[in-house]
Write a protein that binds this ligand. Structure first.
Ligand code: 8X3
Length: 257
């Protein structure tokens, strides 16, 4: 592969960029001067995010891409001349059933998106990230990547796997010009995370955040992504855990009222 043209704009590709943390991260990295490539399954949602970025005077490319579809990933990657930052954000939780009752297909979906999706996207982009001379792979995991809780088995198992992927990759790339950063957020109030977990039950989804003084929002995580990416290139932030002040641990949440 020939080297990226020197004048090509620094490029960041974000998965799951149609909403929540992915959308906020795309917006923020655009503001940091990156050409952002918004990827996800829902073109309409990606276009809305791109429109907001454009309205703020920046540019964004929309590329439909399902992280569970290696050929879709290959098509997008083939169209890039440069990639400096990859944000593996696509994923999420489905269901709150205990292990005894869990539907294996939900577990499979969580593994496919959170783990295999990050693996496939990272594999496809590593040549360009390396070629950039200063690449960064970000994995948005979760505090569920290092702890477990009742009803969270499938999500936690997938996030533990993503944590293992991040750690292994960092070791294997040691000596290459590519950083591997894992950001593990706790409670983040986004429009879709809990709604997907509770299969569209808006009351149960809202109850997750009830009485919590300012859960994290997507922009807080985007801020952390931007901070890790903009450190001098010799600085690798390995693993960043972030939660709202009102959440000291997974089960230790202060609720008012
Ligand atoms: C989200 C954090 O507590 O729902 O990744 O597992 S939690």
């Amino acid at each position: 592969m020939s080297p990226a043209p020197k004048d090509a704009q620094r490029t960041a590709l974000i998965t799951g960029a149609g909403s929540g943390i992915g959308a906020a991260t795309a917006h923020r990295l655009a503001a940091e001067g990156y050409r952002v490539v918004l990827t996800g399954r829902r073109v309409g949602a990606l276009e809305q995010v791109a429109k907001r970025i454009t309205a703020d005077g920046m540019t964004a490319d929309v590329q439909p891409m399902d992280v569970t579809d290696p050929s879709a990933i290959a098509t997008v990657v083939d169209g890039l001349v440069r990639c400096d930052v990859l944000v593996n954000n696509a994923g999420g939780a489905i269901g709150t059933e205990e292990v005894t009752d869990a539907d294996p297909s939900d577990w499979r979906t969580m593994f496919e998106t959170n783990v295999m999706g990050a693996l496939s996207t990272t594999q496809a982009l590593l040549p360009l990230l390396t070629e950039s001379g200063d690449g960064t792979v970000i994995l948005i995991s979760s505090t569920a990547a290092f702890t477990v809780y009742e009803g969270g088995g499938g999500y936690s198992a997938a996030k533990h796997a993503e944590h293992a992927l991040a750690g292994t990759l960092r070791m294997e790339l040691c000596g290459q010009p590519v950083r591997v950063v894992e950001i593990a957020p706790g409670m983040v109030h986004t429009e879709e995370f809990s709604l997907n977990r509770y299969r569209g039950d808006t009351d149960r989804a809202a109850a997750v955040y009830a009485g919590v003084d300012r859960p994290l929002v997507a922009e807080d995580v985007a801020d952390a992504v931007a901070w890790t990416v903009t450190r001098p290139s010799h600085v690798n932030v390995d693993f960043l855990v972030m939660r709202p002040r009102a959440q000291a641990a997974q089960h230790k949440v202060h609720r008012q009222g």
